[in-house]
Every structure is written in structure tokens, then in C-alpha cells.
Design a protein around this ligand. Sequence first.
Ligand code: SF4
Length: 386
Amino acid sequence: MTDAATPATLDPYAASDEVLSAALGDEPRYRLVQLRAWLARGVDDPEEMSDLPAGLRRRLADVLAPPPELVAQTSADGGLTRKVLLRMQPSGEEIESVLMLYPAGGERERARATVCISTQAGCAMGCPFCATGQAGLRGQLTVGEIVRQVTVMQRLLASGEIAVEGAPDHVTNVVFMGMGEPLANVAGTLGAVRWLTDAERGFGLSARSITVSTIGLVPAMRQLTALGLPVRLAVSLHAPDDALRDDLVPANRSHPLAEVLAAAAEHAEATGRRVTFEYVLIDGINDQPEHAERLAALLAGRGAAHLNLIPMNPTPGVSWTAPPVAAQRAFCRRLTDAGLPATIRANRGTDIDAACGQLYATYQLRSGRILPAAIGAAERLDGTRR
Ligand code: SF4
């Protein structure tokens, strides 16, 4: 038993059987099966594990990291989009996750309930168009803090607290596109993917229903590929050449486009899943006809599953904006005319559903500072603005 003043920190979603068995002490072996079954159903508060004896529930509550507190819930798009604010325990870190419901009907044959989850508190990557990127990194989320964003939504759906006609009553898809760069927290992200796809001891979600977004951290992309799971990779490009990308995505200086695209092709080859690409459209910065032409040339013959064009969200402290709608459409048309499967992504809610971190465009810059890298890039590009 831990000291009352010591917060319980054992992450039940990352713990091996040996570690959980140690936490269970002298209990019979089937207790481990019971505990795993509760976790798989999204129940991680020992007090709710009704088939465990009261004494064991109390002991577990002393060692397992407590479930997050659901601080707030908001709804948009006629209830089809739900955003929840979770306060993680014991860190106290507040994280937003979004549930997007897509009822069956129209062109969509299969109803979906997609959760967009965060992997880091803040982000260290410093992309100058992104609110999260400018605030810097506050910390990595643990495996449990990542998967609990899914299990909280699962419980809201399963309990009927969130219910929309024609939409699933369970989570069908997970996208790692919330706050942070998922592959900059490779241990957390890979651990969460493993747990979510583990049919025996985890959530049992099909790997094909999971998308991991990245700006192209090549070594970690290869680690994801090495998992051997057909997870979809979404590569955020945001620029069609290294010169511009060095400024818009500073990580490009370490992992230039050719290397990123080669690692993406390896993933597609190994998993049989074609890669999707993301491109944030910024007025006067990366939205000119020559950018579209270079982007089309860059992706020609790469078998892209899709190219999502994302009108930039307003970002505190940044003067850049999305191009006018006519310019967005013209950019998209140039790509489709070149044979690329491009669309302009329809925003869900007012400030959600975009590339990594852009989801949180209204995210408050709590530290009150903007990363020097982001300021420098914005100043340089404003100097060359069309
Ligand atoms: S766009 Fe993504 S990788 Fe870049 S700073 Fe924002 S959250 Fe980080």
C-alpha cells in the first residue's frame, strides 16, 4: 500500500501481466483476467469493478493511477461533435479530446464514431502556424493518459449519455491527431496503439481503424512500421519543398521531405495501407499556384490514399489566416486536375478537426511565451509573402 501522501501512479494500460499480478498480491490468478476485462471495457476506477472483493478494490485504488476527471463537455454540429476536457490524475494536466459521430446514410455506408486523441501536453515542434506548437512542450502523456481519452468516450457512448440516431454506440475509429506530435512520444503512442488493438487483453479495435499523424519523424515512423500493424499513417506536409518546409515545419531540417516520403512509402509497402497527406493552407504563404504544382509533382506516383487540405485555423499571436474559399478551391482543383485525390477538409465544430495540434487552435498559450523558432519562421516568411 502506498503512503496516503504518495499519488498512485501505476499505469494499468502499460503494465505487464507480471506488474499487475504483483499489484494483485496473493489473489488467485483469475483476478488478473477480471481486472483486464474491466480495463478493456473502459472501467478503470477499481471502485466500479463489482466482481472484485471490496478489500482488493481498495488496494488497487491505492496503486493504480486514478481515472481522469471529466471537467467539461461541449457539443457542436447538432450533437455530432463532442469535445471533452479531461483532467489527468495525478498529473493534473488538462487534455481535450474530440468525438466525431458519422451516422450511416447518404454516401456513407458505415456509421462511425471517431475519437481524436492527444499524445502530448503541448508540443516541442514549433510549427509557426500552430497554437500548440508555439506554446512549447509541457509533458508527455502516458499510455494510460492516451487510451483513457478513448475509454472515456466509449463509456459515454455505451451508457447512452451520448446518443445520436444512426451513429454507433461504441468507438469505431481512433485518430492520433490531437495535441502534440504523436511520434515525438513514441513510447506513449506505440503503447497506446498496442493496447487499443490487443483483442485479448485490450480494447480490440481493428488496427485498420487507427490513424497516426506525424510531421515526419523518420526513425519513429520506422518504429511504428515495425509494429507490423496495418495502422494508417497521415503525414503532415504543409509545404511542397524543403526550403519552405524548413520554416513551416522546423523538424524538416532534421528529416527532409525525401526521407519522410521514403519512410512513408516503406510503411505503405509493409502494411498495405496507403498513406494520407495533410496540408494546412495559409494565405499568401503556401497556397500559390506554383505550390500546388510542386505539391502535385512531389506526390505524383506515390499512391496517396488522400490529400487533406486544411484551411488554417486562427492562431493567437499569428497574423496568418486561411486563404479565401475561392483560392482554397482553386488550389484543390489544381491537385485533382493533376490526378491527386485531394479535398478540402470540412471543419467539425468551429475549431476542431484539423492536422495535429491545429485541433486546438483556441488552446490558451498558458506559458505566455511563443517559441523563438516560431517567431523567426513567421518573420522570415512574412518578408517573402506574396
Ligand atoms: S502542427 Fe503538430 S507538430 Fe507542429 S507544432 Fe503543432 S502540434 Fe506540433
